[in-house]
Design a protein around this ligand. Structure first.
Ligand SMILES: NC(=O)c1ccc[n+]([C@@H]2O[C@H](COP(=O)([O-])OP(=O)(O)OC[C@H]3O[C@@H](n4cnc5c(N)ncnc54)[C@H](OP(=O)(O)O)[C@@H]3O)[C@@H](O)[C@H]2O)c1
Length: 334
C-alpha cells in the first residue's frame, strides 16, 4: 500500500537541519538521528510510527538507527521499517542512511547473539529481509564479545562490506582497549570504522572520562550518541511523577527506582538552567551534546511527533557560556 507520502520540499532548507562530517569520511550525518528501539515495535501503533518517521524525514532527519532485536517482539521494529520503506520511503532510499546491529540476544541457541562470524552474517541477512533492503548503510557489532576473537568479529564486518551488504561498519559499547584493537584490525583490512555508537548524555559522561570521544576522533571515526535524553529522564517527563504512558511506567528498560529523590533534584536543577536559556530540558540536554563538534549526531528516541518537534528545537541554540557549562558540570557530576 502506497500512502502517497511526499516528503516536505523544505527538508534540507539551509536554516533547518545541519549536517556534520562523520570522522574522516565522505559521509555527513544530520545532527539529529532517529532511533527505533522503542515505539516502533509490532505491539506499537503503526500509525504513530509512520507519523514520526514522516515527521523526522520531513525535517531533515535522514538517519534511522535500528537493531536486529528492536521491538517488541525482537525484529519487529525492522519489520515496521520495512513497511515504511514499502509505503513511503522506497523512492527516497538514496536519501536515507539506515543502520542496524547484531550482538544482543536475537534467536535461541548458540548462534543467536554475541559476535561470531556465523551470528553476524546470519543476523544481517535476516535484517535485510525484514526491512526489504539490498544493503544497510552501517552495520554495527552491537557489543564487544569477550569470548570470540576480536579478529573474527572484525573480519566478518570487513567481509560484509566486501559483499556489499553494508556500505560502512561501526562498533557499539566497546571498551576503549577493544575499540582501539577493532579500529586497527578494520584498517588493516582496508575497512575504516565509520562510527562508534555509545551512551552519552548529561547523566552519563563515561565517553569523556574513558577517552572514547578523543580516541574516535584520533581514528577519524565519528561518535554517535545514543540515549541522549537518558531514556527520558533528561526531559520534563518525570518532573511531576511518572506518567502512565511513559517508558518508566513500563519499568523494563527505564526502572522506576532510577528516579531517586537525588536524581529528581538534579533533573529539576537542570530544568531551571534550561528555563533560563528559554529551552525545555530536552532541548538543552540535546543542545549540550551538540555544543561542539565532538559528537557527530545524537540518536533520539520519541513516542510522539510533538516530542520530535520539541527535540528539533534544540538545534536553534547549541551555544553555552562558561558559567552555564560549569553549573551543568556540577549538577551532572551528581
Ligand atoms: N547501541 C546500543 O546499545 C543502543 C542502546 C540504546 C539505544 N540505542 C539507540 O539510541 C536510540 C535512542 O535511545 P533512547 O530511546 O533511549 O533515547 P532518548 O532520546 O534518551 O530517550 C527517548 C525517550 O525519551 C522521551 N522523550 C523524548 N523526547 C522527549 C521530549 N521532548 N519530552 C519529553 N520526553 C521525551 C520519550 O519517552 P516516552 O516513551 O516515555 O515518551 C522517548 O521514548 C534508540 O532508539 C537506538 O536506536 C542504541
Amino acid at each position: 500500500m502506497n500512502t502517497g507520502y511526499t516528503p516536505s520540499p523544505t527538508r534540507y532548507r539551509t536554516d533547518g537541519m545541519k549536517f556534520r562530517r562523520c570522522g574522516h569520511s565522505g559521509i555527513r550525518l544530520p545532527e539529529m538521528s532517529l532511533g527505533l528501539w522503542h515505539n516502533f515495535g509490532g505491539t506499537d501503533s503503526y500509525a504513530n510510527a509512520q507519523a514520526m518517521a514522516h515527521y523526522a524525514f520531513d525535517h531533515g532527519i535522514c538517519h534511522f538507527d535500528l537493531g536486529n532485536n528492536y521491538g517488541p517482539p525482537p525484529g519487529s521494529a525492522e519489520e515496521t521499517f520495512g513497511k515504511l520503506m514499502r509505503h513511503s520511503f522506497r523512492p527516497y532510499r538514496d536519501e536515507l542512511f539506515i543502520s542496524t546491529k547484531a550482538g544482543h540476544e536475537m534467536w535461541p541457541g548458540p548462534f543467536g547473539d554475541w559476535g561470531s562470524r556465523k551470528s553476524l552474517m546470519a543476523s544481517l541477512d535476516q535484517s535485510l529481509k525484514r526491512m526489504g533492503l539490498d544493503y544497510v548503510d552501517v552495520f554495527y557489532s552491537h557489543r564487544y564479545d569477550p569470548s570470540t576473537p576480536l579478529e573474527e568479529t572484525m573480519q566478518a564486518l570487513a567481509d560484509i562490506v566486501r559483499q556489499g551488504k553494508a556500505l560502512y561498519v561501526g562498533i557499539s559499547k566497546y571498551p576503549p582497549a577493544q575499540a582501539a584493537q577493532a579500529y586497527r584490525y578494520l584498517e588493516s583490512q582496508g575497512t575504516h570504522c565509520l562510527l562508534y555508537q555509545g551512551r552519552y548524555n548529561l547523566f552519563c559522561r563515561l565517553p569523556e572520562q574513558e577517552g572514547l570521544l578523543q580516541q574516535a576522533r584520533r581514528n577519524g571515526t565519528g561518535f554517535i550518541a545514543f540515549s541522549p535524553l537518558a531514556q527520558g529522564l533528561l526531559t520534563g517527563r518525570y518532573l511531576d511523577g511518572i506518567p502512565a504512558d511513559s517508558r518508566m511506567a513500563r519499568n523494563l528498560f527505564l526502572k522506576r527506582d532510577s528516579l531517586t529523590p537525588e536524581t529528581l533534584d538534579r533533573i529539576k536543577a537542570l530544568d531551571r538552567i534550561a528555563a533560563r536559556r528559554g529551552q525545555t530540558l530536552a532541548e538543552m540536554s540535546l543542545a549540550w551534546l551538540l555544543k561542539d563538534d565532538t559528537v557527530t549526531s545524537v540518536i533520539i528516541g520519541a513516542s510522539s511527533t510533538s516530542q520530535l518537534a520539541d527535540n528539533l528545537k534544540a538545534l536553534e541554540n547549541t551555544s553555552f557560556d562558561e558559567e552555564e557549562l560549569g553549573e551543568i558540570d556540577r549538577i551532572s557530576a551528581g
